[in-house]
Design a protein around this ligand. Structure first.
Ligand code: ACO
Length: 424
């Protein structure tokens, strides 16, 4: 049997053959790259729901089984045994680091965590109250102006240096964007602290004041970063690859990815969870909200429930759920908001409407609760997602770069506008 499919055009009986490609896991893929030259037609796939846009060996997802793997390692194993920086190293270097490699990676990132002092003028120029995502995106774009060395993207040592800089500097830019919005004094990176601890320190510290960072808080934020480190060809990663396919500089690609992630259908979902819980206000209102979520005539949706890809369970949510309850227990938070969240979770997990539709709490439900418990303001949630996702974006960019040839991303369209109009 040939490893191909044959398409027959029922209008004229013409047949066309397309090879089938096999990955190491996951569905087979029909190679339609000769479709237009063979048939003179395009294919139509809104939102690319059935289209593989690249070959990749970084992350594997099986939405039906609820599986997520990075470089072949299951996310539950990584979350249980490794840190965010281990996973960042794994994404970038294809292997988990040895102890020595880990220490060197950590120290190389630390060295690059400061930013050019000239960039402070950029922060000053933003109006107070600017959204931290707007400031972060603009400042990442500005990195190419301040760091104009190592821009030869045909030399691996140069783009690897650039990759380290971006991963190291984004948390600093993110923390500065928050402090700028609040009008707080800027806190520079503290090289005695670990990667995640240092970020929390830059958010919370005040000059000359001791800042108390509990190990469980650092662990919870580290887990949130790790669980967002990569998620194969989602909208922002596809944006990074698309911009990268034009040979744009990686700073420009990552800034574009930040723009794509900002949308509420992508990185904004966990902020939506907290805003919805805040709007519910009290546990007494939960039943009304559940009734609205189940009402077919009401477009209202319960934020933090359901997922487009994971139709059994979200493996990231499973990890974050236990982290979330450990954090809440240890820091002793039991606010009305947590009570509302607990009640909704309890109802959803036992209600026929949600069970029959495979609707269960997703990663955003628990990450929203964790970030809220850490005292991180709602408009920083997407920024946290950016920090976590940066090694994934960079790894995908490097993978694109290391292919034999880069093909510019240039989809086609089904034109439905005017035909040739004759001017009157
Ligand atoms: N609340 C109530 N009902 C829901 C919800 C929800 N959150 N999500 C889906 N449903 C219902 C739909 O009304 C539909 O019911 P029906 O079969 O009676 O018509 C059924 O479940 C299937 O819904 P679809 O929209 O077809 O599911 P889809 O896979 O397309 O949507 C999505 C997934 C967009 C995530 C959806 O579940 C949703 O809107 N959830 C709330 C927003 C959210 O939490 N987003 C974050 C997702 S995770 C992430 O992006 C990292």
């Amino acid at each position: 049997m040939k490893n191909s499919v044959t398409l027959t055009d029922n209008r004229n009986g013409n047949s066309y053959e397309f090879p089938i490609l096999n990955g190491t896991m996951g569905p087979d893929v029909i190679d339609i790259s000769t479709f237009f030259t063979q048939t003179g037609m395009f294919t139509f796939d809104r939102g690319y729901t059935s289209t593989a846009m690249c070959r990749s060996s970084i992350t594997y997802i099986d939405g039906l089984k609820g599986e997520l793997m990075h470089r072949g390692y299951d996310i539950a194993y990584l979350a249980e045994n490794k840190t965010y920086l281990d996973v960042a190293y794994l994404l970038l270097n294809k292997e988990l680091p040895s102890k020595e490699q880990f220490l060197e990676f950590k120290s190389e990132l630390k060295k690059r965590s400061y930013i050019h002092e000239g960039m402070m003028k950029i922060f000053d120029a933003f109006p107070s109250g600017a959204h931290p995502m707007a400031v972060l995106q603009a400042s990442v774009s500005a990195l190419s102006a301040f760091y104009s060395d190592h821009l030869n993207m045909n030399k691996p040592e140069e783009y690897k240096e650039m990759a380290m800089r971006i991963i190291a500097k984004i948390p600093t830019l993110a923390a500065f964007s928050y402090r700028h919005k609040k009008g707080y004094p800027i806190i520079y990176p503290n090289l005695d602290r670990g990667f995640t601890e240092n970020f929390l320190y830059m958010l919370r510290a005040y000059p000359y004041e001791h800042v108390d960072l509990k190990p469980v808080e650092i662990k919870a934020l580290d887990t949130v970063f790790m669980l967002h480190a990569d998620h194969e060809q989602n909208a922002s990663t596809t944006t990074v690859r698309t911009v990268g396919s034009t040979h744009a500089h990686p700073y420009a690609c990552i800034a574009a990815g930040i723009g794509a992630l900002w949308g509420h259908a992508h990185g904004g979902a966990n902020e939506g969870v907290i805003r919805q819980l805040e709007a519910i206000g009290t546990v007494d209102n939960v039943d009304k909200i559940i009734a609205r979520a189940k009402d077919k005539n009401d477009p209202f949706r319960l934020m933090g429930f359901g997922h487009r890809v994971y139709k059994n369970f979200d493996p990231r949510a499973k990890v974050l759920k236990s982290m979330c309850y450990q954090l809440l227990d240890e820091i002793g938070i039991n606010s009305e908001l947590i009570k509302i969240a607990n009640r909704i979770e309890e109802i959803v997990l036992n209600d026929e409407y949600f069970i029959s539709r495979n609707l269960y709490p997703n990663v955003d439900f628990y990450s929203g609760l964790i970030l809220k418990a850490l005292g991180i303001p709602n408009d920083m949630f997407a920024v946290i997602f950016v920090i976590g996702r940066t090694p994934g974006w960079i790894s995908q960019w490097i993978e694109l770069k290391e292919q034999d040839t880069i093909k510019i991303v240039r989809p086609r369209q089904l034109y439905v506008g005017h035909t040739n109009r004759t001017p009157k």
